[in-house]
Structure formats: structure tokens, C-alpha cells
Design a protein around this ligand. Structure first.
Ligand code: OGA
Ligand code: MN
Length: 226
């Protein structure tokens, strides 16, 4: 993926979600007020189902063990997270649909909330039974260009006993939300503000985690690296 190039192709076309314009305005206001929103029925049903089928039918070599941190700090630590990931690429048609929609959302967020979001990157994640992701922050203040995290869930018919909840914590370590990873639910939150974790999943669990980012490039350094 080439975020610099992608950003040149400003998102085109309509934001094809199940949420109408008025509902989007309410969601954006909630995001500005609380720092997070949980949006059910995000995509048209057939797109949600197609994404699940796509993820569930990928073969083993399509998945990588997920690391922690980026670039030099990148380490594999299966005590912290035990999911497997696959970065999405616009050249793959099944993946391009999701990337396009989220890029459209990026443009709308910028228009409404003046967030100056420069690009979007995301990966599929597969939690096999027993997998988890311990409490963490996706970005540290001043040390990352990740601004907003998105997590989108793919599994149909997820039940409470399947585990795998996303737990979002507040500033005093109190639980703000416990989200069941149900098909077609999108969670959006400020990356450097909300500690969160994925409880142990008891059934194969698929999500797409992504980040809207600022452009942190300067004369000496290109960041995001391309
Ligand atoms: C992540 C993450 C949450 C989820 O990948 O950083 O927190 O519910 N994922 O999959
Ligand atoms: Mn996270």
C-alpha cells in the first residue's frame, strides 16, 4: 500500500453505507463530544456478508502473526496479542470496497470536524479460539500519526458466550463500553485516548482494524513510510 499516492486520489463518489446523512451528522457530533461512537448496520447487508465470506475463505498463507509497535519497535509478543492479520490493499477488489468506503468517511470527517485526516490504513484480523489482545493504546501522544481508530466486525450471529468482546476503558480505568463483535458494527475512537482490549474469543472472530492518520512527514523523514 502506498498511503502518499492513495491520498492523492482523493476519495471519489458517494459514501455507500446504511447510515443516512442526518444520522451521520449525529454520529459525528457524538464522536466530537465523547471521543468514540459505536455504529450498527454500517454497510449494506450484502457488503457486510461479502466481507465475512472473503475473510473466512482466505487461506493460511494469507495471514501473518500480528506484531506490536511499528518499524524498529516491531516485535512479536503473543502474550499481549495472539491474533493474525492481513493488511488490505486497494489492488484487491474485495478489499478495495472497504478501503474506498472508509476513505469517503475520512473526507466527511474532515469536512465536518476539521480533523485533517491524511490517509487510512487497515488490516483484517483473525482471532482463532483462545486468541485475545490485552489492554493497550493504539497511539501514544506525540509519538504516532494515528488519530482515529476504526474497528469493524464481520461475524454473523455472534453470541455472548462466544466471548471476544471489545472493552473500552475510560480515564480512570472504568469500563465505558463492552462491545460484542457483531457483523456490520463499526466502532470509532480516538487512538491516543482510549485503552481497550479484546477478551478471549471462543469462536473464530474476524475484524478489520484501521487508522485514520495525520501526515507527519517533514523535510527529513517520510512518515508514514511508503
Ligand atoms: C487492534 C484492536 C480490536 C478488535 O487491532 O488494535 O484493538 O476488536 N482490535 O478487534
Ligand atoms: Mn487496538
Amino acid at each position: 500500500m502506498n498511503p502518499v499516492l492513495d491520498s492523492l486520489h482523493e476519495a471519489q463518489g458517494e459514501l455507500t453505507t446504511e447510515i443516512d446523512d442526518e444520522q451521520w451528522l449525529a454520529q459525528f457530533d457524538a464522536l466530537a463530544d465523547f471521543g468514540y461512537v459505536i455504529i450498527e448496520n454500517f454497510l449494506p447487508n450484502h457488503e457486510a456478508a461479502a466481507l465475512y465470506n472473503y475473510a473466512a475463505n482466505l487461506s493460511e498463507p494469507d495471514w501473518n502473526i500480528a506484531g506490536i509497535g511499528r518499524e524498529q519497535q516491531h516485535t512479536l509478543n503473543t502474550r499481549v496479542r495472539s491474533d493474525q492479520i492481513r493488511w488490505l490493499h486497494p489492488e484487491v477488489p474485495a478489499e478495495a470496497i472497504y478501503l474506498n468506503t472508509l476513505n469517503n468517511l475520512r473526507v466527511r470527517l474532515n469536512r465536518r470536524l476539521f480533523m485533517g485526516l491524511f490517509d487510512y490504513e487497515c488490516h483484517l484480523a483473525r482471532y482463532q479460539p483462545g486468541a485475545f489482545y490485552k489492554k493497550h493504546l493504539d497511539a501514544f501522544k506525540g509519538r504516532s500519526n494515528r488519530v482515529l481508530t476504526t474497528v469493524y466486525y464481520l461475524n454473523p450471529e455472534w453470541r455472548a458466550e462466544d466471548g471476544g468482546e471489545l472493552v473500552i476503558y475510560g480515564a480512570n480505568d472504568e469500563i465505558l463500553e463492552t462491545v460484542l463483535p457483531k457483523q456490520n458494527t463499526l466502532v470509532v475512537f480516538l487512538s491516543d485516548t482510549f485503552v481497550h482490549e479484546v477478551k478471549t474469543a471462543y469462536r473464530e472472530r474476524f475484524s478489520i482494524t484501521g487508522w485514520f492518520r495525520h501526515n507527519a512527514s517533514n523535510a527529513h523523514r517520510v512518515d508514514p513510510p511508503v
